[in-house]
Design a protein around this ligand. Structure first.
Ligand SMILES: Cc1ncc(COP(=O)(O)O)c(C=O)c1O
Length: 470
């Protein structure tokens, strides 16, 4: 729709076409409700559409008072001729309504609470604007996007309701959080409820995202040139962070074994003990991105023993903890023992598990006293503060979002190959670290139908004969 005239052209056609179809049917037939459950007569459908146009254009868009009885529309009967006269009069009025508004301005009235728009989640609901731009637009019209870590599922309604309620209360002043803000207690509650980990709320600080949390901890705890052990492959911005902060990445490879993707613990032990490259810090991503490995207790305990022997600071990214499939169980690293608790900084947020990346809100739980003291000794606003609305959204997700969450039911570099041959964009390959070249990372947070198409594209790209070396 390029302008109001074009809009009016289509409205005119609808307002002519519906009574026209009814006239062709004749009033007897047009007023009969077909014997199907929930079916409406032709007259009801056309009459309702006229009511919808009056309400949405006249009232919501242009701010005019509209006296509408929506329920009565579904019981209406009448003649096609009368309806045409009603539609003609309304058309003139709507044309005048539209003259009074600026196309780019916000509507004058707010749609009623509970209106969620047509069932086209990718174009109208909450995060879909972001998904539409970031995920679905980037690869182009013919290519299915299975790369960036956003889900295709709409924002949990409980989060939308909580945000809407805060906005409706006009609650957009400065937050008054003398004891640090509600997210700290919300995090502590969540850890206790899900993992029986008694994380003290007063050790929690808020940041906008996990990358910021990681950079802040590295800034406080290490200096340029220090070695940081990190699983490889890894989430590319983490590897890039080490490079831009001049920290020396000590790769700890993940090995594909009969038991799944395992961390090379011998490599970790050697790396932190080696005289030339003694690492001070381990960045532990658990569940691991991109292999998906959920580290079992025995492996975590071995890592904790290595950390204790070499006095490592452990930065544990647990952002995917709530997206773990049965029979696996996430175990927060800091919950392993008092020693682990004292040397671990835990990073997480509600953004992955509830598809809320746009809210910009994450938490850091400080185990080491010294680091927390260093953090608090900084000017309070140096690292910014999270938006109260992002706190509202995270709290709502953690408090009321569980039901929504439960309902969620290669010669050539593989990313390029599957893009070229299968029209699907995956993530993966060398940006994830030295051993990741031959691998793809599939974001399967989508509907069954889209996943089927993604897998069909993958099979198309990888079917035997296409790539003799693959
Ligand atoms: C393991 C891991 N950590 C952190 C992030 C990013 O988190 P944030 O957007 O809060 O920086 C991602 C995003 O995909 C991730 O996979």
């Amino acid at each position: 729709m390029r302008d109001q005239n074009e809009y009016l052209y289509f409205l005119r056609r609808a307002f002519d076409g519906m009574p026209g179809a009814l006239e062709d049917l004749g009033d007897d037939v047009g007023n009969v409700r077909p014997p199907l459950p929930g079916a409406n007569s032709g007259y009801v459908i056309a009459y309702h559409c006229v009511g919808v146009a009056d309400y949405w254009i006249g009232h919501i868009v242009a701010g005019r008072e509209v006296d509408r009885d929506r329920a009565a529309e579904f019981a209406a009967t009448g003649s096609a001729h009368e309806l045409r006269r009603k539609a003609d009069a309304l058309f003139e009025r709507l044309a005048t309504d539209l003259e009074s508004v600026t196309p780019t301005a916000l509507p004058r009235n707010t749609p009623p609470a509970g209106f969620e728009g047509p069932d086209r989640p990718l174009s109208v609901q909450g995060v879909q604007l972001h998904v539409l731009e970031e995920k679905w637009h980037r690869p182009g019209p013919r290519v299915l996007p299975a790369w960036v870590a956003d889900m295709d599922f709409p924002t949990p309604p409980v989060v939308v309701a909580a945000l809407r309620e805060a906005v409706d209360r006009r609650d957009l002043g400065y937050p008054d959080w003398p004891d640090g803000g509600p997210l700290r207690r919300a995090f502590a509650r969540r850890m206790m409820d899900r993992y029986a980990w008694a994380a003290p709320a007063d050790r929690v600080r808020e940041q906008t995202d996990l990358i910021q949390c990681l950079q802040l901890i590295l800034h406080l705890a290490t200096s340029a040139g220090d070695a940081v052990a990190v699983q490889t492959p890894n989430y590319p911005p983490f590897l890039a962070t080490l490079a831009t902060m001049n920290r020396r990445a000590v790769p700890i490879p993940m090995h594909d074994s009969a038991d799944g993707w395992c961390m090379d613990l011998a490599a970790l032990d050697t790396a932190v003990a080696g005289s030339g490259c003694k690492a001070l810090v381990l960045v532990l991503v658990n569940p691991h991105n991109p292999t998906g490995r959920v580290l079992p207790r025995a492996e975590l305990e071995e890592i904790a023993a290595i950390a204790r022997r070499h006095d490592l600071l452990v930065i544990s990214d647990e952002i995917h903890a709530e997206l773990v499939y049965e029979p696996h169980r996430h175990i927060p690293f800091a919950s392993l023992s008092p020693d682990a608790a004292g040397r671990t900084v835990t990073l997480t947020s509600g953004t992955k598990a509830f598809n809320l990346a746009a809210i910009r809100c994450a938490v850091t739980h400080y185990g080491p006293d010294r680091l927390l003291a260093l953090r608090d000794a900084q000017p309070p606003d140096l690292y910014g503060a999270v938006s109260p609305l992002s706190v509202v959204a995270t709290e709502a997700a953690w408090r009321e979002g569980d039901a929504w969450q439960r309902d969620l039911g290669l010669g050539e570099p593989p990313v390029e190959r599957v893009l070229g041959e299968g029209d699907v964009l995956f993530d993966g390959g060398s940006p994830f670290g030295p051993d990741a070249d031959g691998f793809l990372r599939l974001n399967f947070a989508t509907s069954h139908a889209v996943l089927e198409d993604i897998l069909a594209g993958l099979v198309r790209a990888l079917r035997p004969g296409l790539n003799p070396g693959g």
